[in-house]
Design a protein around this ligand. Structure first.
Ligand code: SPD
Length: 283
């Protein structure tokens, strides 16, 4: 592909697009679940696409992975057992392992090929997948949480978008199973799409979540490669709200090296514009 004026374009809902110039196509293939592409780009480094959509890139992955992990884990008193659903690229696991209290991480990824190709092409993201605290299970996360009452201190739902096999990861039944799978005081985070471009999906996700977790609420981060660059996550818990002292204390235990998350970002991430408050009914 060298020498060609090659661009990749992610089309969102057939209405908007985001393009990046491609230096090289490193791998293309298909699993039983989805298409996978690994591109090399000047602006974002290596890029992993699933079904033609940006999942993660070497340059901006830290924002998504720090926020899906440190916001929930910093609000838990002592997270020991953590479940990551999806997240086969390994970025979420890498961030979970920064928390010194964590003893075991179950990574439940439906698609073995995502793990294999991430290990091969995205080593800075997949670097913690061989840690002895990590067990990888190639199974459907929806089934995994069904019979695991009281098993986890934290569940992090690092899913693809709500299409195909991932649809059930945004359903009320799944969130009810997650609630049962958490110990008292347990926390949950989940990626929950764009509040601007995915309004209907976001409203429905928070309606579903609150059936199991009445205190569920969104927080946001600026992620350049996701539609609109303004993305939201859900925080929910089976316990009390964290205090600012706890957030500060957990941050100090992380020992530095983070590129996005800090206690001020933690607080600011929960501040929503009015159109988003209206969407999820938090006014
Ligand atoms: N529109 C993209 C949403 C992708 C969320 N998951 C990303 C996986 C990174 N570990």
């Amino acid at each position: 592909m060298a020498g060609l004026d090659l661009w990749f374009r992610e089309i969102h809902k057939d209405e908007i697009a985001f393009s990046v110039r491609v230096k090289d196509v490193l791998w293309r293939g298909r699993s039983a679940f989805q298409t996978l592409d690994v591109l090399d780009t000047e602006m974002f480094g290596r890029v992993l696409l699933l079904d033609g959509l940006f999942m993660t890139t070497e340059r901006d992955e830290f924002i998504y992975h720090e926020m899906i992990v440190h916001v929930p884990l910093s609000s838990h008193p002592e997270p020991r057992r953590v479940l990551v659903i999806g997240g086969g690229d390994g970025g979420t696991v890498r961030e979970v392992l920064r928390h010194p209290s964590v003893e075991r991480v179950d990574l439940v990824e439906i698609d073995r090929l995502v793990v294999e190709k991430s290990r091969e092409f995205l080593p800075t993201i997949a670097c913690a997948l061989d840690d002895p605290k990590v067990s990888i299970h190639y199974e459907d996360g929806i089934r995994w949480v069904r019979d695991r009452a009281g098993a986890y201190d934290a569940i992090l739902v690092d899913s693809t978008d709500p299409v195909g096999p991932a649809v059930g990861l945004f359903a009320a039944e799944f969130y009810a199973d997650c609630h049962r799978a958490l110990r008292d005081g347990g926390v949950l985070s989940a990626q929950t799409e764009s509040p601007f471009f995915d309004r209907e999906e976001v409203a429905s996700i928070y309606g579903n979540l609150r059936q199991a977790f009445p205190n569920a609420r969104p927080y946001t981060a600026a992620i350049p490669t996701y539609p609109g660059g303004y993305w939201c996550f859900a925080w929910a818990s089976r316990g009390p709200e964290p205090t600012p002292e706890r957030i500060q204390d957990r941050y100090e235990r992380l020992g530095g090296g983070l590129k996005y998350y800090n206690p001020e970002i933690h607080d600011a991430a929960f501040v929503l514009p009015n159109y988003f408050r209206d969407l999820v009914g938090t006014r």
